[in-house]
Design a protein around this ligand. Sequence first.
Ligand SMILES: NC(=O)C1=CN([C@@H]2O[C@H](COP(=O)(O)OP(=O)(O)OC[C@H]3O[C@@H](n4cnc5c(N)ncnc54)[C@H](OP(=O)(O)O)[C@@H]3O)[C@@H](O)[C@H]2O)C=CC1
Ligand SMILES: O=C(CO)COP(=O)(O)O
Ligand SMILES: [Zn+2]
Length: 351
Amino acid sequence: MDLKEHIINLPRKVYIGNNILEELSTYFAQLNLGSPFLFVTGPYVGKSITKKVLESIPQNKEFEVMTVDNATLDDVYNTEETAKRIGAKVIIGIGGGKSIDVAKYAAYKINSEFMSIPTAPSHDGITSPFASIKGLGKAVSVKAKEPVAIVSDIEIISSAPRRLINAGIGDTVGKMVAVKDWKLASKLRGEYYGDYTASLALMSAKHALMCTKIIEKDVQSGVRILMEALITSGVAMGMAGSTRPASGSEHLFAHAIEMMKPDIALHGELVGIGTIMMAYLHGIRWKKIKRALMSIGFPVRARDLGIPDEMIVKALTIAHSIRPERYTILGDRGLTWRSAEKIAQVTGVID
Ligand SMILES: NC(=O)C1=CN([C@@H]2O[C@H](COP(=O)(O)OP(=O)(O)OC[C@H]3O[C@@H](n4cnc5c(N)ncnc54)[C@H](OP(=O)(O)O)[C@@H]3O)[C@@H](O)[C@H]2O)C=CC1
Ligand SMILES: O=C(CO)COP(=O)(O)O
Ligand SMILES: [Zn+2]
């Protein structure tokens, strides 16, 4: 048994409920977090949700707000500089995955606290200690800071556009494939397989499937289940000390598309499509996953997202090379053009 030191950093508190963003100052006090605070937000969320949140911060607390358009190294650098200039004690990401990742990585760089305030349930970076930053020379996420707390206001999150909610379901069902890939790597390569963290990731995927049955009738209940699933998946990554439980071949496909055409679709949308195809390769119930996604209006065809068929096939053929150290069903040599085309056609992703 490998008894090497393994340190797990987890969030101290998860606040979840309706209209709880008004309580932010109370949470700062409960967590003993001093000001100045630096809020990192996006252009849309900044003008709407963040503006409202700031109204509830007491006048004696110092804070500054930064707006980031993207999650690039430049955005991180600007955030770091601002945080140093104002002596920020906490960097707070408020918005979608990009704002949260910039805040998370900047906090890691300057060793300040990081707080996560998601405004959409579109990804599982909400709790994870990893960040996806463009410009680091990697398509995949890197180690960053775990959140001291997560504040999940279900009222706000469930009002996010349906596309963002569906993307979160796509990111989460992907764990079914990710865990299969991990098990395979353990069998074929002797890689360490963490049963406990794999179970957590799998449970989050099952909850995402459950969410597809509820969300049409009751958005708030569906989103609450989804948020718990996203938080659980993030915790699984934190415990594993790697994104292994949450990212396998389905993510490699998504990263391959993102490399070729950044921002062509939401992260979770690409992961959802990747999940259907990789579940087919693994011989697991890909039709059930596809049906569940279709039932919520999730874009399951390349053309629904405006992605050319050739790009899907190309992504399938290069996906294995993105993170060669993480063995998946794609193997070391990847798929041939013909087999990739067939997989995409059989699963109905392309015509
Ligand atoms: N760290 C990790 O482990 C993980 C990181 N990721 C990363 O996260 C990113 C994907 O996150 P995602 O959220 O999909 O994309 P974005 O952060 O790009 O957000 C998509 C859009 O949704 C908007 N938005 C957010 N909340 C609301 C709301 N309540 N109402 C209306 N619009 C809203 C954002 O506005 P605005 O313009 O104001 O930002 C943005 O325009 C990728 O960069 C991906 O790599 C994904 C999974 C895991
Ligand atoms: O998106 C992620 C988990 O959902 C992170 O995965 P990567 O480590 O592949 O970037
Ligand atoms: Zn993901």
